[in-house]
Design a protein around this ligand. Structure first.
Ligand SMILES: Nc1ncnc2c1ncn2[C@@H]1O[C@H](COP(=O)(O)OP(=O)(O)OP(=O)(O)O)[C@@H](O)[C@H]1O
Length: 123
């Protein structure tokens, strides 16, 4: 049996695997690429409109929330396709609710973006 790593070595290895996961998500998943692009546009808008520190914090949290849940949704889709590649109503239900979770985050992020930028654009 493989010997267990020490606490510190274990955490460093986990962080390395997590960074590899970030790289895989960004380079292979179209949904993550799309969300990253929207996040990048939000960051550019943030610099353009010189938003406050509080607005930056809310915007960064919103971007992080969407990317995190989109990443988990991708993982759910991959597991579903792996364990049951054929059409199946239960797999469809699982994928739908995982996508629904992303939609909650995306709507919240949209609301944050609207509250930050609409007054700056129209007022
Ligand atoms: N094996 C399946 N059985 C039943 N329904 C499925 C199955 N695979 C996909 N679906 C249905 O199709 C929808 C889209 O699934 P899919 O895996 O293509 O996700 P997607 O959001 O298009 O993913 P991607 O991130 O690859 O663009 C699901 O939400 C579900 O309703």
């Amino acid at each position: 049996m493989k010997e267990k790593d020490s606490f510190i070595i274990g955490r460093i290895k986990s962080f390395k695997y997590a960074l590899v996961g970030v790289f895989k998500l960004i380079t292979t998943e179209h949904s993550i690429m799309a969300q990253c692009s929207l996040g990048l546009i939000a960051v550019i808008l943030g610099f353009y409109f010189d938003i406050s520190a509080t607005e930056w914090m809310l915007q960064i949290l919103a971007i992080g929330l969407v990317l995190s849940i989109e990443g988990l949704n991708t993982a759910v889709e991959k597991i579903a396709d792996f364990i049951h590649p054929d059409f199946n109503n239960k797999i469809g239900f699982i994928k739908d609710i995982a996508a629904g979770a992303v939609t909650f985050a995306a709507l919240a992020a949209l609301a944050v973006g609207a509250l930050i930028y609409l007054p700056k654009i129209f007022l």
